[in-house]
Ligand binder design. Structure first.
Ligand code: IYR
Length: 220
C-alpha cells in the first residue's frame, strides 16, 4: 500500500488589489483568443510544443491518474494520412450524417468537410483519453476521464494562446481512425485533434460575440 505523503505548498499571498488586477488582465488576454481555421505553414520548434503540452499535463485529474496521451505530429506524410481519413468521415458528416439543424447551426462558421489545416499547420496534437490504465499487472481504473481530459484540453488551448500561437478544436467523427493510424493501445480513445501554429497573415474570424456575465453567472 502506498502511504500518505504531504509536502508544503508554497502559496504566495498577494493583496486583493493585485489579485483583482491579475484576474482582470487575464480575462482580457483570454478574451482575445479565437478559433482559427487558416494556418500558416511556418515551422514551430518542438520544444514549444513540449512546453505547451506539459502545461496541459499539469491539469488536475481523478485520483491524479493523468489519463491522457498527447500525440504531437509534424511529419507531413502522417499528417496527410490523417487528413485524408478525417476528410473521408467529414464528407459523410456534411453530406447526410449531420441533421439539417446542425448544418444550419454551423453556417456562421463556414466549415465544411475540407480539413486543409491538418496538413498546413506545422503541428497537430491529438489528445487521447485513457479509459483505463494498462499496467504489468493488468488493467487499473481511471476516474472522471472525460472531465479530466476536458480540463487538460482547456489548459492546452490556454497554453497555446498564451504562447502566442493559435489552434482549433477539431472533432472528426467517428474518431477511431486516429488510434489505428497512430497505433495507440486499446485503452486510448481519441478525444480531440488540434492543429497548432500561427494564423495566416490576413486571417478572418466569424463576427460572433460572447455571452455577457448575466447570461452565464448566477449569483446567490
Ligand atoms: N466535426 C465537424 C463539424 C463541426 C461541428 C461543430 I458542433 C463545430 O463547432 C464545428 C464543426 C468539423 O470539424 O467540421
Amino acid at each position: 500500500m502506498e502511504g500518505k505523503s504531504f509536502i508544503p505548498y508554497s502559496y504566495e499571498y498577494q493583496d486583493v488589489e493585485t489579485v483583482a488586477s491579475k484576474a482582470s488582465s487575464f480575462r482580457e488576454v483570454m478574451d482575445q483568443r479565437r478559433t482559427i481555421r487558416a494556418f500558416s505553414d511556418e515551422p514551430i520548434p518542438g520544444k514549444i510544443i513540449e512546453d505547451i503540452i506539459m502545461t496541459a499535463s499539469t491539469a488536475p485529474s481523478g485520483a491524479h491518474k493523468q489519463p491522457w496521451t498527447f500525440c504531437a505530429i509534424s511529419d507531413h506524410d502522417l499528417k496527410k494520412e490523417i487528413r485524408i481519413a478525417a476528410e473521408k468521415e467529414e464528407y459523410i458528416n456534411y453530406h447526410g450524417r449531420m441533421p439539417e439543424e446542425w448544418l444550419e447551426d454551423l453556417k456562421p462558421f463556414d466549415t465544411d468537410w475540407n480539413k486543409g489545416f491538418i496538413t498546413t499547420a506545422p503541428w497537430i496534437i491529438i489528445l487521447f483519453k485513457k479509459s483505463y490504465q494498462l499496467t504489468e499487472r493488468g488493467k487499473s481504473k481511471n476516474y472522471y476521464v472525460n472531465e479530466s481530459v476536458g480540463i487538460a484540453a482547456g489548459m492546452l488551448i490556454t497554453a497555446i494562446h498564451m504562447a502566442g500561437l493559435a489552434t482549433l478544436t477539431h472533432t472528426p467523427s467517428p474518431m477511431n481512425f486516429l488510434g489505428k493510424i497512430l497505433n495507440r493501445p486499446e485503452n486510448e480513445k481519441a478525444f480531440l485533434l488540434l492543429p497548432v501554429g500561427r494564423p495566416v497573415e490576413d486571417v478572418k474570424v466569424p463576427n460572433i460575440s460572447r455571452k455577457k456575465p448575466d447570461e452565464v453567472i448566477i449569483w446567490k
